[in-house]
Each structure stands twice: as structure tokens, then as C-alpha cells.
Ligand binder design. Structure first.
Ligand code: NAD
Length: 365
């Protein structure tokens, strides 16, 4: 027998992997539920023109495991899952397709909640909502959590301050140079905050109109997209693509710390080890960018209780996440281990504890 799904390293003990096809609308979707130990699995839906269904499967498995870790480290009562819709988001979207996706989610009975991700907009989620209650990230109504980007940016900003306190023994960012890659939703809000706290900014984006606007209001220096790795900066803030910390860029980046919003910044885990050995402080991406999912979690709470989005709850959770980030920095020093491994250990322990408790309760019932 050839290799099966169960042999794939990305399968990583997923609780369930579900494939859906709707002939009428052309929907082809895969939902991966990595863990519901801490609660219903929550994670975005990505619409992407994958070269093959095997590539889509690999992506959804990797991303859903990541969501288990992100949700656990943010101490949310949510498990990890993700979904992908195979197709070109510019040409193959229709309201019917997203309603068909909503109906597919009904089949999972609330084991998984979808939300926006690359290629899927608030409008698409609103369309799916007409067919299912198992979507989050709504724009309207008392429970709606709206755009998560400002909360994500606030978490990345506070993490940057924590790093400045630790490395430069200062409470603001005066005198520090920060290289910001990508000034879209999160990067734009982040740049404003960094500028206000006294940092000198060097920035890039492939969208030159957005770049010019953000640079003008933050007195930033603009560089070409590929040049961002070579600038002389104290902190590198990746806020665009994943995997920008790789064997090609490592020798070009001279910053003493990496703190940014992008998901999956380490091309491979061994890059985290190399950064550690070189004395570069890497702020684990899924810890510092957890503000966005915390914001979405408030919508989940409101849905479950019949209440409303609660900004003060979001603030309490974000503040607790920042305490966890400080703990990671502390333990990295005291245990002489890279930050990404400490973050993984915290997430894994929380997932395991919740799973053990669930098993105990089932046994007792
Ligand atoms: P966005 O699409 O609004 O912004 C990304 C920006 O990066 C865009 O302006 C784009 O033009 C630019 N970009 C793309 N390729 C580039 C390149 N090669 N060089 C320079 N710039 C480039 O997305 P966003 O919502 O701001 O998210 C940014 C990152 O943060 C993503 O990796 C996302 O997965 C992650 N993230 C976002 C949130 C959130 O709340 N939006 C939460 C967690 C993680």
C-alpha cells in the first residue's frame, strides 16, 4: 500500500479531516479539525488556487494544528481547525458557493467554526452565515467582532515594547530602528503605534500607494521589497508573508530581534534554533499575533451566551497573552532554549491538560 493520510507528518493526530464537494456550485472544500480538547475548533477559511488536492490537504493540516497552538497559548476555550476552499478567489467565488460551504459546516454540528482568511472576505462569511451558525467574523450585529487587525497590531506593539525593555532596557522605542515588511491591515496600524512610541521606521510593501500613505504619516524611509532584509535595523517586523525567516534571508537580517504579525515566519523550525544560537530574539509569531483570534473569540462567547461583543474581555485576554509572552522570554533565558520551543511546550501542555480532563469527565459520566 502507498503512503496514506495517516503517514503524513502533518496529519499529527488530527481528530477529523472532512472533504466536501457540491457539484452545482463547484465547491471543493476540506475542513481539518486538529483538536477540540479545549472547545470547538476555530480557524479561518482560505480560498486558494491549489495546484492539487494533495497540496490543499497538506496546507489545511498544517494550518489547523497551528490554530490549536495559537488558541491554547491565548488561553481561549477553543480548539484548532482550519478549512480550505480549492479555487481562484478572484474568478470562482459566488454567493451560492459560500452558502454551500455553510451547509457543509452544518454537517460538523459545531465541531468547527470558520472565519475569514486569505481569499475569503467578510461578505463571503456573511453569505455562509445564511446557511449556518458555525461561522465567526461578522461585520454587523451586537455579537460581531469586526476587523481583528487593530487588536492584532496592539498585541504585536506591546510585544515590541516587551522586547525593548528586555534588550535595550527602555520603556519606549526612542532611538530604535524598526524594519516593517508589509503595511496592510495589521502593518499599517502597527506602524502608527511604533512611530508614536518613538521608533524610526524603514518600510516596504508591494502596494506602492498604501506604502506611500503609511510612510508619509509615520515619517518612514521607504525601501524596495527585497531590500528590507538588508537594512540596518534593531528590530525586523514581518507583517506580510510567511516563511521570510529562511536560509536565504538569515545572513542578510542583522536585527537583534524579530517581532511581527505574519503567520508561519520560520520557514522550518530549525531556523528558530539558528536565530537562538546567533543571539537574535525571535518573538513566536502565533503568540504575538494572537490578538486577532482573541477578538474573534469574543464573538464566539456572545454567540454562546446570547450577549454582545465585549471589548473589556478582549483587553483582559490580550493582557494575559502578553504575560505569557513575558514568561516565554524569561524561560528562554533560564532554560537556554529557543522561544519557539518554549511557546510550543506551553501550548502542548495546555492542550494535553484539557484533553486529559475531558477524558476523566467522560469516564466519570
Ligand atoms: P494584508 O493583506 O492587509 O497586508 C499584507 C500587506 O503585505 C499588503 O499590503 C501587501 O501588499 C503586502 N505584501 C505582500 N507581499 C509583499 C512582499 N513580498 N513584500 C512586501 N509587502 C508585501 O494582511 P494583514 O491582515 O495585515 O495580515 C498581515 C500578516 O499578518 C499575514 O501574514 C496574516 O496572516 C497575519 N495575521 C493577520 C491577522 C489580522 O488580524 N489581520 C491576525 C494574525 C495574523
Amino acid at each position: 500500500m502507498g503512503k496514506t493520510l495517516f503517514d503524513s507528518p502533518s496529519f499529527a493526530n488530527h481528530e477529523g479531516v472532512h472533504a466536501f464537494h457540491d457539484e452545482k456550485t463547484g465547491l471543493k472544500a476540506i475542513v481539518a479539525v486538529h483538536s477540540t480538547a479545549r472547545g470547538p475548533a476555530v480557524g479561518g477559511t482560505r480560498m486558494w488556487n491549489y495546484a492539487s488536492s494533495a497540496e490543499a490537504l497538506e496546507d489545511v493540516l498544517r494550518l489547523s494544528k497551528g490554530m490549536s497552538y495559537k488558541n491554547a497559548v491565548a488561553d481561549l476555550e477553543m480548539g484548532g481547525g482550519k478549512s480550505v476552499i480549492i479555487g481562484d478567489s478572484r474568478t470562482q467565488k459566488s454567493p451560492e458557493l459560500f452558502r454551500a460551504f455553510g451547509r457543509a459546516l452544518n454537517g460538523l454540528g459545531g465541531n468547527y467554526y470558520a472565519a475569514e482568511d486569505v481569499g475569503v472576505s467578510v461578505e463571503d462569511i456573511a453569505e455562509a452565515r445564511k446557511a449556518t451558525e458555525y461561522v465567526l467574523g461578522l461585520k454587523d450585529g451586537p455579537e460581531a467582532s469586526g476587523d481583528p487587525s487593530p487588536v492584532t497590531a496592539e498585541g504585536v506593539y506591546r510585544s515590541t515594547l516587551a522586547v525593548a525593555r528586555r534588550l535595550w532596557k527602555q520603556d519606549d522605542l526612542t532611538g530604535l530602528t524598526i524594519a516593517v515588511q508589509g503595511v496592510g491591515h495589521v502593518g499599517g496600524y502597527l506602524a502608527d503605534k511604533l512611530h508614536k512610541a518613538g521608533a524610526k521606521l524603514i518600510m516596504t510593501d508591494v502596494n506602492t500607494a498604501v506604502l506611500a500613505e503609511v510612510a508619509a504619516r509615520t515619517d518612514a524611509e521607504i525601501v524596495a521589497p527585497d531590500a528590507i532584509y538588508d537594512v540596518k535595523a534593531d528590530i525586523y517586523a514581518p507583517c506580510a508573508l510567511g516563511a521570510t525567516l529562511n536560509l536565504q534571508t538569515l545572513d542578510r537580517i542583522t536585527a537583534k530581534a524579530v517581532v511581527g504579525a505574519a503567520n508561519n515566519q520560520l520557514a522550518t523550525p530549525d531556523i528558530g534554533q539558528i536565530l537562538f544560537e546567533r543571539g537574535v530574539l525571535y518573538a513566536p509569531d502565533y503568540v504575538v499575533n494572537g490578538g486577532g483570534i482573541i477578538n474573534v473569540a469574543s464573538e464566539m462567547n456572545a454567540r454562546q451566551s446570547g450577549g454582545a461583543y465585549d471589548a473589556s474581555w478582549v483587553e483582559r485576554k490580550l493582557s494575559r497573552l502578553m504575560d505569557t509572552f513575558e514568561e516565554i522570554l524569561e524561560r528562554s533565558v533560564s532554560e537556554n532554549k529557543p522561544t519557539h520551543l518554549i511557546a510550543d511546550a506551553i501550548a502542548e501542555a495546555r492542550i494535553k491538560a484539557a484533553g486529559d480532563l475531558k477524558a476523566e469527565l467522560l469516564k466519570a459520566a
